[in-house]
Design a protein around this ligand. Structure first.
Ligand code: IMP
Length: 179
Protein backbone atom coordinates (compact mmCIF):
# COMPACT_ATOMS: atom_id res chain seq x y z
CA UNK A 1 0.00 0.00 0.00
CA UNK A 2 1.41 3.39 -1.04
CA UNK A 3 1.45 5.84 1.85
CA UNK A 4 2.65 9.39 2.41
CA UNK A 5 2.88 11.94 5.18
CA UNK A 6 1.78 15.56 4.97
CA UNK A 7 2.48 17.74 8.00
CA UNK A 8 1.26 15.63 10.95
CA UNK A 9 -1.04 13.26 9.06
CA UNK A 10 -0.49 9.94 7.28
CA UNK A 11 -2.38 9.08 4.12
CA UNK A 12 -2.83 5.91 2.03
CA UNK A 13 -3.54 5.53 -1.66
CA UNK A 14 -7.28 5.60 -2.30
CA UNK A 15 -7.95 6.35 -6.00
CA UNK A 16 -5.29 5.65 -8.66
CA UNK A 17 -4.61 8.23 -11.38
CA UNK A 18 -5.97 5.81 -14.01
CA UNK A 19 -9.30 5.55 -12.17
CA UNK A 20 -9.52 9.35 -11.86
CA UNK A 21 -8.88 9.57 -15.61
CA UNK A 22 -11.81 7.20 -16.27
CA UNK A 23 -14.09 9.10 -13.86
CA UNK A 24 -13.35 12.39 -15.65
CA UNK A 25 -13.76 10.76 -19.07
CA UNK A 26 -17.22 9.41 -18.10
CA UNK A 27 -18.33 12.80 -16.77
CA UNK A 28 -17.14 14.56 -19.94
CA UNK A 29 -18.97 12.05 -22.16
CA UNK A 30 -22.24 12.66 -20.31
CA UNK A 31 -21.78 16.45 -20.37
CA UNK A 32 -21.00 16.38 -24.11
CA UNK A 33 -24.27 14.50 -24.71
CA UNK A 34 -26.46 16.56 -22.36
CA UNK A 35 -25.20 20.05 -23.22
CA UNK A 36 -25.39 19.87 -27.02
CA UNK A 37 -26.94 23.06 -28.44
CA UNK A 38 -26.82 24.95 -25.11
CA UNK A 39 -24.89 28.11 -24.31
CA UNK A 40 -22.60 26.76 -21.63
CA UNK A 41 -20.29 28.36 -19.07
CA UNK A 42 -18.15 26.05 -16.95
CA UNK A 43 -17.52 27.66 -13.58
CA UNK A 44 -14.61 26.13 -11.64
CA UNK A 45 -14.46 26.72 -7.89
CA UNK A 46 -10.92 27.60 -6.81
CA UNK A 47 -8.63 26.42 -5.45
CA UNK A 48 -9.59 22.77 -5.18
CA UNK A 49 -11.20 22.26 -8.61
CA UNK A 50 -8.32 23.59 -10.71
CA UNK A 51 -6.96 20.19 -11.80
CA UNK A 52 -10.38 18.56 -12.20
CA UNK A 53 -11.55 21.52 -14.31
CA UNK A 54 -8.40 21.54 -16.46
CA UNK A 55 -8.68 17.80 -17.20
CA UNK A 56 -12.45 17.80 -17.75
CA UNK A 57 -12.55 20.85 -19.98
CA UNK A 58 -9.99 19.38 -22.38
CA UNK A 59 -12.46 16.54 -22.99
CA UNK A 60 -15.43 18.84 -23.69
CA UNK A 61 -16.24 18.97 -27.40
CA UNK A 62 -19.08 21.52 -27.43
CA UNK A 63 -18.55 25.29 -27.72
CA UNK A 64 -18.31 26.66 -24.19
CA UNK A 65 -16.86 29.35 -21.98
CA UNK A 66 -14.73 28.63 -18.93
CA UNK A 67 -14.28 30.80 -15.88
CA UNK A 68 -13.20 30.45 -12.27
CA UNK A 69 -14.44 31.89 -9.00
CA UNK A 70 -13.21 31.72 -5.45
CA UNK A 71 -14.98 31.75 -2.11
CA UNK A 72 -13.52 34.44 0.10
CA UNK A 73 -14.22 35.11 3.74
CA UNK A 74 -15.49 38.61 4.26
CA UNK A 75 -15.60 39.99 7.78
CA UNK A 76 -18.43 42.48 8.08
CA UNK A 77 -17.59 45.68 9.93
CA UNK A 78 -20.81 45.62 11.94
CA UNK A 79 -20.94 41.95 12.79
CA UNK A 80 -18.45 39.56 14.26
CA UNK A 81 -19.46 36.73 11.92
CA UNK A 82 -17.74 36.17 8.58
CA UNK A 83 -19.64 35.69 5.32
CA UNK A 84 -18.35 33.57 2.47
CA UNK A 85 -18.67 35.52 -0.76
CA UNK A 86 -17.96 34.37 -4.31
CA UNK A 87 -15.42 36.59 -5.99
CA UNK A 88 -14.67 36.81 -9.69
CA UNK A 89 -18.21 36.58 -11.05
CA UNK A 90 -19.23 38.96 -13.85
CA UNK A 91 -22.19 39.28 -16.23
CA UNK A 92 -21.18 36.21 -18.20
CA UNK A 93 -23.67 33.89 -16.48
CA UNK A 94 -26.94 35.61 -17.46
CA UNK A 95 -29.20 33.32 -19.54
CA UNK A 96 -26.46 30.69 -19.84
CA UNK A 97 -26.35 27.07 -18.72
CA UNK A 98 -23.85 27.23 -15.87
CA UNK A 99 -22.00 24.06 -14.93
CA UNK A 100 -20.37 24.39 -11.51
CA UNK A 101 -17.19 22.34 -11.21
CA UNK A 102 -16.46 21.36 -7.59
CA UNK A 103 -13.67 19.13 -6.33
CA UNK A 104 -15.64 17.59 -3.47
CA UNK A 105 -18.99 18.01 -1.75
CA UNK A 106 -18.77 17.17 1.94
CA UNK A 107 -21.46 18.76 4.15
CA UNK A 108 -22.92 20.56 1.12
CA UNK A 109 -22.88 23.92 2.91
CA UNK A 110 -20.34 25.48 0.53
CA UNK A 111 -22.26 24.32 -2.52
CA UNK A 112 -25.55 25.58 -1.09
CA UNK A 113 -23.99 29.01 -0.59
CA UNK A 114 -22.47 29.00 -4.10
CA UNK A 115 -25.81 28.01 -5.66
CA UNK A 116 -27.62 30.88 -3.93
CA UNK A 117 -25.04 33.40 -5.12
CA UNK A 118 -25.03 32.12 -8.71
CA UNK A 119 -28.83 32.18 -8.89
CA UNK A 120 -28.71 35.95 -8.32
CA UNK A 121 -26.83 36.26 -11.64
CA UNK A 122 -29.90 34.91 -13.47
CA UNK A 123 -28.50 31.98 -15.43
CA UNK A 124 -30.93 29.94 -17.58
CA UNK A 125 -29.97 26.78 -15.67
CA UNK A 126 -27.44 25.68 -13.06
CA UNK A 127 -25.92 22.20 -13.13
CA UNK A 128 -23.38 20.81 -10.68
CA UNK A 129 -20.51 18.45 -11.50
CA UNK A 130 -18.49 17.23 -8.51
CA UNK A 131 -15.52 14.89 -8.78
CA UNK A 132 -16.19 13.43 -5.32
CA UNK A 133 -19.24 13.32 -3.07
CA UNK A 134 -19.46 12.18 0.57
CA UNK A 135 -23.16 11.24 0.93
CA UNK A 136 -22.81 10.33 4.62
CA UNK A 137 -21.41 13.78 5.46
CA UNK A 138 -23.92 15.81 3.45
CA UNK A 139 -26.42 17.68 5.61
CA UNK A 140 -28.12 19.58 2.79
CA UNK A 141 -30.67 18.39 0.25
CA UNK A 142 -28.69 19.41 -2.82
CA UNK A 143 -28.97 17.94 -6.30
CA UNK A 144 -25.57 17.09 -7.77
CA UNK A 145 -26.19 16.41 -11.44
CA UNK A 146 -22.86 14.76 -12.24
CA UNK A 147 -20.80 12.83 -9.67
CA UNK A 148 -17.40 11.28 -10.41
CA UNK A 149 -17.44 8.97 -7.37
CA UNK A 150 -19.24 8.67 -4.05
CA UNK A 151 -16.78 8.11 -1.20
CA UNK A 152 -17.02 7.36 2.54
CA UNK A 153 -16.70 10.15 5.07
CA UNK A 154 -12.86 10.20 5.11
CA UNK A 155 -10.55 13.17 4.61
CA UNK A 156 -8.85 12.97 1.20
CA UNK A 157 -6.05 14.84 -0.56
CA UNK A 158 -4.43 15.00 -3.99
CA UNK A 159 -5.61 15.92 -7.50
CA UNK A 160 -6.25 19.51 -6.34
CA UNK A 161 -7.47 18.67 -2.83
CA UNK A 162 -5.35 19.91 0.05
CA UNK A 163 -4.54 19.45 3.69
CA UNK A 164 -3.63 22.89 5.08
CA UNK A 165 -2.56 23.97 1.59
CA UNK A 166 -0.39 20.91 0.85
CA UNK A 167 -1.02 17.88 -1.32
CA UNK A 168 -2.79 19.52 -4.26
CA UNK A 169 0.00 18.47 -6.65
CA UNK A 170 -0.30 14.74 -5.97
CA UNK A 171 -1.68 13.00 -9.11
CA UNK A 172 -3.61 10.32 -7.18
CA UNK A 173 -6.15 10.70 -4.35
CA UNK A 174 -5.07 9.59 -0.89
CA UNK A 175 -7.18 9.19 2.25
CA UNK A 176 -6.15 9.83 5.81
CA UNK A 177 -5.24 6.79 7.89
CA UNK A 178 -6.23 6.36 11.50
CA UNK A 179 -2.90 4.84 12.52
P1 IMP B 1 -18.55 21.34 2.40
O1 IMP B 1 -19.04 22.75 2.51
O2 IMP B 1 -18.49 20.66 3.74
O3 IMP B 1 -19.35 20.52 1.38
O4 IMP B 1 -17.05 21.36 1.95
C1 IMP B 1 -16.66 21.78 0.72
C2 IMP B 1 -15.22 22.18 0.66
O5 IMP B 1 -14.43 21.74 1.77
C3 IMP B 1 -14.61 21.55 -0.58
O6 IMP B 1 -14.78 22.37 -1.71
C4 IMP B 1 -13.16 21.39 -0.16
O7 IMP B 1 -12.45 22.57 -0.44
C5 IMP B 1 -13.22 21.16 1.34
N1 IMP B 1 -13.20 19.72 1.67
C6 IMP B 1 -14.23 18.96 2.07
N2 IMP B 1 -13.85 17.69 2.29
C7 IMP B 1 -12.53 17.64 1.99
C8 IMP B 1 -11.55 16.57 1.98
O8 IMP B 1 -11.81 15.40 2.30
N3 IMP B 1 -10.29 16.93 1.60
C9 IMP B 1 -9.95 18.19 1.24
N4 IMP B 1 -10.83 19.21 1.22
C10 IMP B 1 -12.11 18.94 1.59
Amino acid sequence: MKTLKILNKKFELFIEASEIYEMVEKLAKKLNQDLKGKEVVFLGILNGAFIFAADLIRKIKIDCQVTFVKMASYKGTLTTGSVETLIGIGDELRNKTVVILEDIVDTGLTLENILQQIESHKPAKILVAALLFKPDACVRDIKIDYIGKEIPNDFVIGYGLDYNGFGRNIPEIYKVTTT
